[in-house]
Design a protein around this ligand. Structure first.
Ligand code: SAM
Length: 507
């Protein structure tokens, strides 16, 4: 290993008490001899610099620690590069850049807009960095932050049906969405092993980085975009999760009590080259989605956006694996396509962890599916309190005025053990996202549709994504407030902290 090349001097007229007489002597090193080593160090510094803006300086006693010295050098080089080319290198910006590149199919990225606030952040970070490197004191330098204030979402549509989250946790008051800041968790000092082995350069991933990487890898296996995690509010590193929580981008995990169906013979499929008309696309025969003149209709526009034409309780039937049409180009395959919006799970001020995206989201954009363990409704109904907080009942086709069917063909999705980013979506009484039901890998008669999330308005980058956990309730309940008209909080619910003018007071 190049890191372990040793240039030693053996002294003839000197030795230590233990008899050893070898020392290092840099003067004897021929630069030509150590060229590979120098190159390897340079490469390593570049890696460190690329890793993050955070540079840890662990005090003067540690100056022989290879990792520290390399990091410090890497940082200096990085600062130097920034002075020459002051593009912010925050991961947030990189995600945004990558996402817009992906979205636009560009070879090269668009120019990043640097706001005055952002430039000030960068300038401050750089001046702190300079004082740190010159003082060599024991300080951890953190990255700057993004200052974008999310705007209040506008509501364009009415959620189409009553699929709802059951609720159970406690939460404190929420007033408004704060400006969000991209911060990084505190870096910890060097491990004892890195101190004792100066030749080794540990690559230490934080718990948050590890989880991000794991979830992004899981998402990538479904060809979906990245997942990042951020906390600008407090020191909580990660959202609370059960041990061994498994990230599941795009399908249900069937509980051991529910057999995975094999309905191969029962699927209705189409022979279309291009599914341009729902009325001739034979897989649409079971569909109850009609247009105003009584003809079968697709749920999507030709641009692949949700058309908001699906009445409450109607399931969207997309083309399936037995259809002849092309997976990538068929206009009736939208919810089943991999998610192309990068997602950030972030800590909110009043509602625990929530979800936002670093890029613009267009009205009608289908964002993803609620995943988790598919369980019988009777099992879900037996849960209480916090255990119900991540249960989504597949009751979108049920009559809200009749008793909830307790039979075995009523299901819920439980995202406590398995799930994806959608389990972090918070409730708002004035949401910017809504849900609809969609099937493509099961037949509609199974009653196990996916719950798909769609943007009901254009959503600027960094705005929290929220949906109404119980849209049917909104129509009947009164607003929160004092005196007359004050909402009574129904039993089993808890106060809503969405902070919007339309807040009904409970979720
Ligand atoms: C499906 S989880 C959403 C993610 C959750 N915030 C977290 O940190 O994991 C639902 C829980 O989030 C909290 N929550 C979501 N929206 C809320 C709101 N508008 N007001 C108060 N609490 C909310 C409640 O504790 C609720 O039980």
């Amino acid at each position: 290993m190049l890191d372990h090349l040793r240039y030693e001097a053996r002294w003839q007229d000197w030795s230590r008490e233990d008899g050893s007489n070898v020392t290092w002597n840099n003067d004897y090193i021929d630069p030509e001899d150590i060229r590979p080593w120098t190159k390897a160090q340079k490469r390593r510094r570049a890696e460190l610099a690329a890793e993050s803006c955070d540079i840890d300086i662990w005090g003067t006693t540690d100056i022989v620690n290879t990792a520290t010295r390399l990091r410090a050098q890497a940082y200096e080089e990085k600062l130097e590069n920034r002075r020459r080319k002051p593009l912010p290198s925050l991961k947030w910006e990189m995600d945004r850049l990558m996402a817009s590149k992906e979205a636009e199919g560009e070879e090269t990225g668009p120019t990043l807009r640097t706001t005055p606030a952002r430039r000030e952040q960068t300038r401050r970070a750089m001046s702190i960095a300079e004082s740190v490197t010159s003082n060599q004191s024991s300080v951890t330098l953190r990255s700057g932050s993004v200052s974008t204030i999310p705007s209040t979402p506008t509501v364009f549509g009415t959620p189409p049906h009553s699929a709802k989250f059951s609720d159970g946790e406690n939460a404190s008051t929420r007033k408004s969405h704060a400006a969000f800041y991209r911060s990084r968790e505190p870096s910890s000092g060097p491990s004892s092993s890195s101190r004792s082995q100066p030749g080794r350069i540990p690559r230490k991933l934080s718990k948050r980085d590890e989880l991000q990487r794991k979830w992004t890898q899981a998402a990538k296996r479904s060809r979906a975009a990245s997942i990042t995690i951020a906390n600008d509010i407090d020191n909580e590193l990660l959202p609370p999760l059960v041990p061994n929580f498994e990230y599941l981008e795009s399908e249900f995990r069937y509980s051991s009590r529910i057999p995975v169906p094999d309905d191969t013979e029962l699927f209705v499929s189409c022979d279309c080259d291009i599914c341009s008309s729902a009325s001739v696309c034979s897989c649409q025969e079971p569909s109850e989605l009609w247009n105003r003149v009584g003809r079968k209709s697709y749920a999507y526009t030709s641009e692949g956006l949700f058309a908001f034409n699906v009445p409450t309780g109607v399931e969207v039937i997309e083309c399936n694996k037995f259809c002849k049409c092309n997976f990538k180009t068929c206009p009736n395959r939208v919810a089943q396509r991999p998610r192309d919006i990068p997602i950030e799970i972030f800590k909110t001020v009043y509602c625990g962890w929530g979800v936002r995206a670093p890029i613009d989201i267009q009205q009608g954009k289908v964002l993803g599916l609620y995943t988790g363990e598919l369980i019988h409704r009777v099992v879900a109904d037996a849960l209480e309190g916090d255990d119900r907080a991540y249960i989504f009942d597949l009751d979108g086709q049920e009559d809200p005025n009749s008793e909830t069917p307790e039979g075995l063909d009523a299901y819920s999705v439980d995202s406590r053990k398995y799930g994806n980013w959608t389990r972090f979506l918070n409730h708002s009484c004035s949401p910017n996202v809504q849900v609809y039901l969609v099937v493509y890998d099961t037949i509609p008669e199974r009653n196990t549709p996916y719950i798909a999330f769609v943007a009901i308005c254009d959503i600027p980058p960094g705005t929290e994504l929220t949906f109404d956990y119980n849209p049917a309730a909104g129509k009947t309940s009164k607003k929160k407030g004092k005196g007359k008209g004050r909402a009574t909080i129904p039993e089993g619910t808890k106060p809503c902290m969405c902070g919007t003018a339309a807040c009904r007071g409970w979720i």
